[in-house]
Ligand binder design. Structure first.
Ligand SMILES: NC(=O)C1=CN([C@@H]2O[C@H](COP(=O)(O)OP(=O)(O)OC[C@H]3O[C@@H](n4cnc5c(N)ncnc54)[C@H](OP(=O)(O)O)[C@@H]3O)[C@@H](O)[C@H]2O)C=CC1
Ligand SMILES: CC(C)(CO)C(=O)C(=O)O
Length: 325
């Protein structure tokens, strides 16, 4: 497999496309604007390390997303925000991901996987839970602000024919798809591996994002600056504890070390502006509904209170002046 498609030329999309292209893949990237597609075709992608040093410049083939047609050459990586998952994009995705093709979801938060499975039947929907951190500096330049890891898996039985006698084939098929995606990401230099506990991984990542993203966005600080004062750590810890209890009631098994992990992600991505802070600064809609809003919903299902997540969700929603669609 030598070709990969990437949808979305933002922080994660440019990081994926830039590293894949540098590793020798033919990368097609679909962008929201024609202008970014033109710039990418002209200048390629410049990838910087966390200090701002240029690592490499690589060529990609960029196309406006409405012009995408069936991509049969390899997996398609979906690197748009949850807020971009509109009915228009679903229709476009149905025209881009062929039946039997694979779509890899990099979104934080929850709720989107089920929607995409419904909108795109008979495709391999692979979930990527990633702690890579990236910051887009302009339409063609991205900084890799934190090296993380990416866990891959399938979300329940989304795939192909559900008849009993095809079950084994389906499992083999989906394992092969995930192994292919794993290989592609590894060749590009990412730490990527198959997770046998994907739901647990999604919940752990949700916990990390529910704590780091809204607090960095509200305090306007980088991830690393969240852990520099006792007051900020105390605030993080309160939000962590409330969210942890709700996720435990929802099936999160891990008991130990998750607080340490949240702190570790802050350290490993210390120079990053969380994706929610990037949205708030650009006055874009945030993914708070799919993160802290989703935690409030899980709390209601379990008959639990979520006063901090409720307040945090309201504060983030009130932070931008764009009218909601
Ligand atoms: N940034 C990070 O460090 C991390 C992000 N994530 C997750 O990855 C996902 C992507 O985040 P991130 O890269 O930060 O987000 P960005 O906002 O930086 O990028 C999203 C990109 O999607 C583009 N887009 C929007 N609509 C469409 C469309 N219809 N067709 C094609 N492109 C479209 C946007 O275009 P335009 O710029 O023109 O608006 C933008 O370039 C999110 O779910 C986030 O939670 C996960 C881990 C870390
Ligand atoms: C890992 C982390 C916290 C990196 O900033 C992230 O997922 C995000 O910003 O959305």
């Amino acid at each position: 497999m030598s070709a990969v498609g990437v949808i979305g030329g933002g922080s994660i999309g440019l990081l994926l496309a830039g590293k894949l292209s540098a590793a020798g893949y033919d990368v097609t990237i679909w962008t929201r604007t024609q202008r970014q597609a033109d710039d990418l075709n002209r200048y390629g992608i410049t990838l910087e390390d966390p200090t701002g040093m240029t690592l490499h410049q690589s060529r990609v083939f960029a196309v406006h997303y409405t012009e995408a047609t069936f991509f049969k050459h390899g997996p398609i990586l979906l690197a748009v925000k949850q807020t971009a998952l509109t009915s228009e994009l679903y229709k476009q995705l149905a025209r881009t991901v062929p039946v039997g093709g694979s779509l890899v979801l990099f979104q934080n938060g929850i709720g989107h996987v089920e929607r995409l499975q419904q909108e795109l039947p008979n495709r391999h929907i692979v979930v990527a839970v990633t702690t890579e951190a990236a910051l887009r500096l302009n339409g063609t330049t991205v900084r890799h602000t934190g090296k993380g890891e990416t866990q891959l898996g399938e979300w329940g039985s989304s795939m192909i024919d559900q008849q009993e006698n095809q079950h084994t084939n389906r499992l083999v098929d989906s394992r092969k798809t995930i192994n292919d995606v794993e290989g592609v990401l590894q060749e590009a230099g990412f730490t990527a591996f198959l997770s046998n506990q994907l739901r647990e991984a999604v919940m752990r990542k949700l916990l990390v994002n529910a704590v780091i993203n809204p607090l960095t966005a509200l305090l306007r600080v980088t991830n690393g600056d969240l852990i520099v004062t006792d007051e900020r750590i105390a605030l993080m810890h309160s939000l962590f504890t409330e969210t942890f209890v709700i996720l435990q009631a929802h099936g999160l098994k891990e008991q130990q070390s998750l607080w340490q992990w949240v702190v570790q992600v802050c350290e490993q991505t210390k120079d990053n502006e969380s994706s929610m802070l990037q949205d708030i600064k650009a006055n874009r809609m945030t993914e708070v509904d799919a993160i802290n809003g989703a935690i409030c919903q899980l709390a209601r299902q379990q008959g639990l209170e979520a006063p901090l997540n409720t307040m945090i969700t309201a504060l983030i929603q009130a932070s931008h002046s764009n009218r909601r669609e």
